[in-house]
Write a protein that binds this ligand. Structure first.
Ligand SMILES: [Zn+2]
Length: 400
């Protein structure tokens, strides 16, 4: 049996006025998704536990079959894994953003999309100045890391910088403010201003009229998650295809093969056909592949309905279409389609509502649902399930 799990990030939505009260999934032309729904079984998944933030990392961890309430330790350790920074026992990884600070306020959470080359120079300087406290690692653009050898740092409360743009920095530093460890991390953030302000990188940015990368923001910290390898838990050799660091990081901890696809960008312009091609290739020596496409989520964050519909249709046509053509070379195969979480266009952000899923398998039963969308899935035979039950559900359905 070969398995494909197709994840369209943020695909699910609300009925929209501009689409005559239909959702983008209901509006888009998706013959392959509809084939999966009508020839397979349907249901709803609660991928985000009620007490957790609706992040893609949490949602994708659920879909891969691991309960985030038990295993999720933060964004930092997932990103560390994706850039090859292995965390030792007792180490804690913080996400380190370069931000723009002005008159005590957080003006830009990504420092005007600082380039990776510029970030590299700043990271080097930070490592020279702050080597006694921990180590900075270069990631991509404003998204970098800071690793400390002190597992107690994990319990501090930190704030995502994109949530507090325009607000006074003082009010959003690490809590509890009187904690000795919080004081250390807050000290690094505040002192970084002195070090970065007149850095050659920033002097050049002033000349170019760009906002300064004049402060670091440390957040999303945690130790490495302790998860059993996917192969041990589900008996399947798995692979992931994604342009997104957090999901690559999940793959690393689960022992999944992160398949490199040239042209997979994590944006609208991602190479859909390339993802299909590499998914098929990975199935030659793997049992299961998770294909993740970020584009519908990006379109929803931008509030762009047409771009979201286009992304859904490209997933259907260029990825699922190709797979449904080629997979019959295997006697038994299964294809599932789902989002990780809804990203409704009117809200431009993630929500924790359950997502619709459809799973098809050669030889598997089918229910009465005849097409794939948010509302039809509610009438499916699989009902509403906790997200981390998805893998069990899939195996039970496809390989009873
Ligand atoms: Zn997502």
């Amino acid at each position: 049996m070969k398995y494909v799990v197709m994840i369209g990030d943020g695909m699910a939505d609300y009925p929209l006025k501009e689409l005559n009260d239909k959702t983008p999934l209901q509006t888009a032309h998706t013959p392959n998704m509809d084939y999966i729904a009508s020839n397979g079984v349907n249901g709803q998944l609660k991928t985000i536990p009620s007490d957790m933030e609706p992040g893609s990392d949490v949602a994708n961890m659920s879909i891969m079959g691991y309960n985030p309430q038990k295993y999720y330790t933060g964004r930092g350790p997932l990103e560390a894994a994706s850039i090859g920074a292995e965390l030792g026992d007792g180490e804690v990884a913080f996400r380190c953003n370069f931000i723009t600070e002005q008159d005590g306020s957080l003006v830009d959470f990504n420092a005007d999309h600082i380039t990776t080359e510029e970030a590299s120079e700043l990271i080097e300087t930070l490592n020279q100045s702050f080597y006694r406290f921990g180590k900075f690692y270069l990631g991509v653009s404003y998204r970098n890391l800071f690793v400390v050898e002190d597992h107690e740092m994990a319990r501090l409360e930190s704030t995502p910088p994109h949530d507090v743009v325009g607000e006074p920095i003082e009010e959003h530093l690490i809590q509890p403010a009187d904690d000795e460890r919080a004081k250390i991390i807050n000290g690094l953030m505040v002192d970084s201003r002195e070090i970065l302000r007149n850095h050659p990188v920033n002097l050049k940015r002033v000349e170019k009229g760009k906002k300064l990368a004049n402060m670091i923001w440390l957040w999303g910290q945690g130790p490495k998650p302790q998860m059993d390898p996917f192969k041990d838990k589900y008996g399947l050799k798995g692979a992931t295809i994604t342009g997104v660091d957090l999901i690559k990081g999940l793959g690393v901890y689960l022992g999944l093969t992160n398949v490199f696809v040239p042209g997979a960008t994590g944006y609208y312009d991602t190479d859909y056909c390339g993802k299909a091609k590499y998914a098929l290739k990975s199935l030659e020596d793997h049992d299961l592949v998770f294909i993740h496409v970020e584009a519908p989520d990006e379109a929803a964050h931008a509030g762009d309905v047409q771009e979201k519909i286009k992304a859904i249709e490209r997933i259907d046509n260029r990825i699922l279409g190709k797979l449904m053509d080629e997979l019959p070379e295997y006697d038994d195969y299964s294809v599932s389609i789902l989002p990780d979480h809804p990203t409704p266009i009117p809200l431009k952000t993630h929500i924790r509502d359950p997502v619709p899923y459809a799973m098809f398998s050669t030889g598997g039963i089918s229910d009465d649902v005849d097409s794939y969308d948010e509302f039809k899935a509610r009438k499916g035979s699989q009902g509403l399930k906790e997200g981390y039950r998805f893998m069990d559900n899939l195996l039970k359905y496809a390989d009873p």
